[in-house]
Design a protein around this ligand. Sequence first.
Ligand SMILES: [Mn+2]
Length: 360
Amino acid sequence: MSTVRLFIQVGLFFITKRAEIRLKERAMNNNNVEAYQHMLEKAAQFIKDNDDFLVLAHLNPDGDAIGSSLATMHLLRSLGKKVHVVNEGECPKRFSFLPGFEEIIDLSKISLNRSFSAVISVDVADEKRFGKIGSVIADDAQILNIDHHPTNTNFGVLNVIQPTAASTTEILFDLITAHFSPQLDSPTANALYTGLLTDTGGFRYANTKQSVLDMAAKLLGYGVQPDQIADYALETVTASHIELLKYALQSLSFHYEGQVAIILVSQEDMKAAGASKDDVDGISSYPRKIEGVEVGALFKEWSEGEVKVSLRSNKYVDVALLAQRNGGGGHAKASGYTFNGNLQAAKEDLLNQLKDIIQK
Ligand SMILES: [Mn+2]
């Protein structure tokens, strides 16, 4: 065989192999799309088949948790269904501009004295994040679990988990446009948009894909005012938030040649600043903004001996894995877990874990 023929044959072999791989990838993608659409269909059927729902999101709800809960509530109402939206604890007030916000029931203050057998859980990665809500879920309840966290534990009878979705409201938008498009109205659109805006950090994070901006554009057609929502959900801060930041920044420390930045918030800081738990929101985003920082961490002393750790990363550290290892969860670039102990112990523990992860 001449060298030229051999060369051509080897070349052809690799070209065919690459084409095969590409076809396989495309088939896998098609399968994923089909599987997703199939799950949306099942979710729609679950909604049609039931009449009396409990809708819940995770403890310490964020914009996506609240937006998803309210969008689901509006959808169910417009279908003529009964719905209770519950949360354990107060919801951050900056989302009170959303229609229906005042209807969210705080289970730490109000007891419902009943249980529910049709449950829709939105933006919750793990049942542990239900908190006290577990007490109003019937033993034989059917849970529809809609979420975008890659760490989701599939606790529902139906699990619509789409980790490529930027927010849980993106999945709800897909569900509504595919199966309930007449029900998409202004209150629903505002709730969906809020989840999308907050979980993409105002359309700045890496999860801001074409589908995100397509969805945002479509929602503007339903009366969403992007400047107003950005103002309420992202821009406006309370005076006590800034006051707390003054205290918190004094604890800022750098490690591993500036690749790790840490901020501590103690109960004392909170008291001195007159801050509520709401006021801590947003502080976790500061350490990561600093040039050269790969991992930014915020340690909040939530109660005596209980520290909430928020992790943010920039390029190569998967903080979802790190959080999972510590009993928490989240996304590759934003996650969290709870540490039992004091602030200093929590900080040292994380720094130890980062020893092998931070690249020299
Ligand atoms: Mn989310």
